[in-house]
Design a protein around this ligand. Structure first.
Ligand SMILES: [Zn+2]
Ligand SMILES: [Zn+2]
Length: 448
């Protein structure tokens, strides 16, 4: 009997995740370019670096780092729209053919009364296996390493009809394309909720034309659009080649940072990490990330806020009782041309449990303290100076000093600086669980 139940559950899960979940979509509009590699394997660093340099020469505002930040945000926005079964919300980012396929997947979820309820989504890594600066199009292939727990609810009963049971690793390969001659939209375009053509607040009609200037934002003539989404494997990877960055040991990395920021002190930095850890865990338990938003990158913020939304929706409250940091260990520094990334391991102890906010009853965990570890990565622009002045951690704009207040993409509402981009102050850009941290960090960074 148990075996039969197991088999039925397996097929339910399989059916739920094979119907419209992560299929392969390719836009015909951009067929003139070579088919993208489904799984990134061999990356040719000199070639990628050469093409990035050529792109930058013809489009001086093109920056690999900013492109990747926006690609990650695009991933979160499209995924969030799918989770909410809100097809129009994903339209601005997708080529028409890709949008049609995704919209159909949303339609069939609605028709079958299936409501996705993914939890723990984390983009663990990104890689750029191929960049093309062509005569017809520019094309950048981005591989995402993902961890999530996929679940499906019946929207009539609210009951779980499928649950992968634990966090699973997967990958997706997305192709971002634009027509030759298209230039980087400095203000951010659709990921900043602005029309990439006229800059007005993004408001589209049902055919993806800006209601203000009538430009079709999904042609690839104004901005990068997603022309293909394919499932692939988790490969445990990084974008070093694309970014031209170097992995350094903590000592060598801190020296490299201090080289352009003499006031940088690693012990002060680690104190800052502890403050950020406490502030985020407090915000997390309150299910309101506003207090932590200033020191989180857009990607880190959207990943966590999706989890907070899910907790609220399910009336769950996560409690980390008696939380205490046991140690913070620097693991390495990724020293890039534009950003420095510092990864630390935080060991802490607490009693973790979840309560149902309608009954106050414990539904998961207990009050027994247990040790746990998380890997946190902080990012800041190369050459940003440590000033000792208040910044994102103190809820002030590090650029103009105004009280922290940002729009949807992390721009200060006073001075318009993108203060959660890492270009002004340290931001938390990634949170990873030990089991998903790639070996090159855990076994020690490469020597310079
Ligand atoms: Zn417009
Ligand atoms: Zn400001």
């Amino acid at each position: 009997m148990v075996v039969i139940v197991g088999i039925v559950v397996y097929y339910l899960i399989k059916a739920a995740f094979s119907s419209g979940e992560k299929p392969h979509y390719e836009s015909a509009q951009f067929d003139d370019s070579a088919a993208p590699a489904p799984v990134p394997k061999a990356v040719d660093p000199p070639l990628v670096a050469e093409v990035v340099a050529a792109l930058h020469a013809d489009d001086p505002d093109f920056e690999a780092e900013t492109f990747l930040q926006r690609a990650e945000m695009t991933y979160f926005f499209v995924n969030r729209a799918y989770q909410r079964r809100d097809a129009p919300a994903m339209q601005p980012y997708l080529a028409p053919e890709v949008f049609d396929e995704r919209a159909q997947a949303v339609q069939s979820l609605l028709a079958e009364h299936q409501k996705p309820a993914q939890i723990d989504l984390n983009v663990c890594g990104m890689q750029v296996p191929s960049v093309v600066h062509g005569t017809a199009n520019d094309r950048i292939v981005v591989h995402f390493d993902l961890v999530s727990r996929e679940r499906m609810l019946d929207d009539r009963t609210g009951k779980l009809i499928a649950d992968a049971g634990d966090d699973r690793r997967s990958g997706e390969t997305w192709v971002f394309s634009r027509k030759a001659g298209t230039k980087t939209v400095v203000s951010g375009g659709v990921v900043a909720a602005k029309c990439p053509n006229c800059g007005a607040p993004l408001s589209l009609d049902e055919t993806a034309h800006c209601k203000h200037c009538n430009a079709d934002v999904t042609t690839g003539e104004h901005n990068w659009i997603v022309t293909s989404i394919e499932p692939s494997d988790y490969v445990g990877t990084n974008a070093d080649e694309f970014l031209g960055s170097q992995r350094l040991s903590p000592d060598a990395g801190f020296l490299a940072i201090a080289g352009s920021d003499p006031a940088f002190a690693s012990n002060e930095f680690l104190k800052r990490v502890a403050t950020a850890f406490d502030a985020l865990q407090t915000a997390w338990q309150a299910r309101d990330l506003d207090a932590a938003r200033g020191f989180m990158s857009a990607g880190a913020y959207y990943a966590r806020s999706a989890q907070v939304d899910q907790l609220k929706e399910e009336h769950r409250k996560n409690v980390l009782e008696g939380l205490n940091i046991d140690s913070i260990t620097p693991l390495g520094v990724m020293h890039g041309k534009v950003f420095d990334d510092v990864m630390v391991r935080i060991d802490a102890t607490c009693a973790e449990y979840e309560i149902d906010d309608t009954t106050g009853k414990i539904i998961f965990g207990d009050k027994h303290p247990n040790p746990f570890a998380e890997y946190w990565t902080f990012q800041r622009g190369v050459g940003v100076a440590t000033t000792g002045k208040a910044g994102t951690l103190e809820k002030q704009c590090p650029n103009c000093g105004a009280p922290f207040n940002v729009n949807a993409v992390g721009e200060c509402t006073y001075c318009k600086a993108t203060i959660t981009s890492g270009k002004f102050d340290w931001v938390l850009s990634r949170i990873e669980q030990p089991e998903n941290v790639v070996d090159y960090w855990t076994v020690g960074a490469r020597a310079p």
